[in-house]
Design a protein around this ligand. Structure first.
Ligand code: ADP
Length: 252
C-alpha cells in the first residue's frame, strides 16, 4: 500500500506544486492521476520514491516511511517502484536487451555492473520480459531504431526486471499517437491484472484514464480535487478539473 499524508512541495523558485495532498493506494489498484499540464501530477509521482524531495508531509510505501528513509532503505523502495517516463529514458545506442538488463543493476554485484556483466538468469528474465511486451525479436537491435511505442514497451520490460510491486508511470503515452497509446497501456493493464502490480499512471487525457484505470485521482493547481471511479467524472466534474474550455482534451 502507498499512503500519502499532507504532502506538499514548494520548489526553490516559490512554485507550490503540491498542496496538502493525502491519499491511499491499495495493492492491486490501477490509479490514474489526471489534470492539466502543471497540475502537479509528475511531482506527486516523483515524491513517492523521492526523485523529488517533498517539502512537508509523509509518504509510506509498503509500511516504509520514505520521507525519512536512509539511503539503503530508499534504494529498496526504488527497487520496489519501477518507473516509466514520457521520453522512455533508454540508452538509444545500446541494444534493447542491454537496456532491459539495466533494470537489474540494483541487484547486480557492483563490479559486475561496472563490467556490464549479468547472470544467466538475468538474460533469461530479460528475454522473458521482452516476450511479455511482444518485442523479443528486437532484442539485438539498437533501442533508438525502434518506434516510440516499441521503446516504451522496452521501458516496461526494463522496469519489470526490478521485480517491482509498484509501477509509477509518468505520462507514458503523452508522446505517442492514440493507437500506439493503447498498445502501451494494454501491457500496463496486463501486469496490473495478471501479476497484481499496483499501477499509478499520470495521464492527461481523460478517455484513456476511463478505459484503463480502476480509480481516478485529479489534481488541479497542486490540490487533490477528485478521487473516485472513472465513471463518476461527469461533464461538471470534468469542467471543474480541466476548466471550461477543455473540450478538445476529450476527443483523443
Ligand atoms: P504536471 O505533471 O501535472 O504537468 P508538474 O508536477 O510537472 O505538473 O508541475 C507542477 C508545477 O510545478 C508546475 O507549475 C511546474 O512548472 C512546477 N515545477 C515542476 N518542476 C519544477 C522545478 N524543478 N522547479 C520549479 N518549478 C517546477
Amino acid at each position: 500500500m502507498i499512503r500519502i499524508e499532507n504532502l506538499s512541495k514548494q520548489f526553490p523558485d516559490g512554485t507550490r506544486a503540491l498542496k496538502n495532498v493525502s491519499l491511499e493506494v491499495r495493492d492491486g489498484e490501477f490509479v490514474s492521476i489526471i489534470g492539466l499540464s502543471g497540475a502537479g501530477k509528475s511531482t506527486l509521482l516523483r515524491c513517492i520514491n523521492r526523485l523529488v524531495e517533498p517539502t512537508s508531509g509523509r509518504v509510506e510505501v509498503d509500511g516504509i516511511d520514505v520521507t525519512d528513509a536512509p539511503p539503503d532503505t530508499l534504494r529498496r523502495v526504488r527497487c520496489m517502484t519501477g518507473m516509466i517516463f514520457q521520453q522512455f529514458n533508454l540508452v538509444k545506442r545500446a541494444t534493447v536487451l542491454t537496456n532491459v538488463l539495466t533494470g537489474r543493476l540494483g541487484t547486480t554485484p557492483p563490479l559486475w555492473a561496472l563490467m556490464n556483466r549479468f547472470r544467466p538468469e538475468d538474460y533469461r528474465d530479460a528475454m522473458a520480459n521482452l516476450e511479455r511486451v511482444g518485442i523479443a525479436d528486437k532484442a539485438h537491435q539498437k533501442a533508438g531504431e525502434l518506434s516510440g511505442g516499441q521503446q516504451q514497451r522496452v521501458a516496461i520490460a526494463r522496469a519489470l526486471m526490478q521485480r517491482p510491486r509498484y509501477i509509477l508511470a509518468d505520462e507514458p503515452v503523452a508522446s505517442l499517437d492514440p493507437a500506439t497509446s493503447h498498445s502501451v497501456l494494454r501491457y500496463l493493464e496486463e501486469v496490473n491484472r495478471q501479476d497484481g502490480l499496483t499501477v499509478l499512471c499520470n495521464l492527461h487525457v481523460l478517455s484513456l484514464a476511463r478505459r484503463y484505470a480502476t480509480r481516478v485521482i485529479a489534481l488541479k493547481g497542486g490540490e487533490l480535487v477528485f478521487d473516485g471511479l472513472p465513471e463518476e467524472i461527469d461533464e461538471n466534474r470534468f469542467k471543474a478539473i480541466y476548466g471550461q474550455d477543455a473540450e478538445e482534451l476529450e476527443i483523443h
